[in-house]
Design a protein. Sequence first.
Length: 186
Amino acid sequence: MLDPSSTFVALVHHPVRDRQGRPITSALTTLDLHDIARSTRTYGLGGFFVVHPAEAQRALARRILDHWLSPEGAAKNDHRRQALETLEVVPTIADAARAIQDREGRAPLQIATAARKSSGTIGYRAVQVDGPALILLGTGGGLADEALAGCPLRLDPIEGPTDYNHLSVRSACAIVLDRLFGVRQD
Ligand code: SAM
């Protein structure tokens, strides 16, 4: 069982894949920040890390944060402020893991997500983690091998009744969190 308050999400912009599977760095999509922050807030996660190696892209993320966390931004939309309060901007996945270790006293277990089928993935109900966890979400063409290599656990791809399962990272995040932490209403 995962504890939501010691589970974190990282939106990774490097190392990710291009369409040919080569490692690249992707650009920030500002919508991802708002939507993933709302999901991590809804499911009570410990926090949301935006991982980008380029200072200019981190500055853009911080500028968005500074606006919505300011008294002026909060007065316009306090739900957005509450969601974005969970967001931190860091250069690397290792920095996110270090920040979690500082807070939780233990390094997080890294958990990968991907649309691609591969061997050794695990179902959502089978996830058992004793301690903090960091769920990695990819951008671009998904997490590169270097990021996957640091993940002892990989979640099963989300599938519907068709052979198409290429969700936006925002939608995938919400579904993953609902499968792990959602209150069953059926
Ligand atoms: N530019 C795209 C967008 O609009 O979000 C980025 C797509 S990126 C490949 C999608 C990321 O969302 C993956 O790295 C994974 O974290 C997650 N994802 C997408 N589809 C998924 C699926 N079917 N199962 C699990 N995760 C999925």
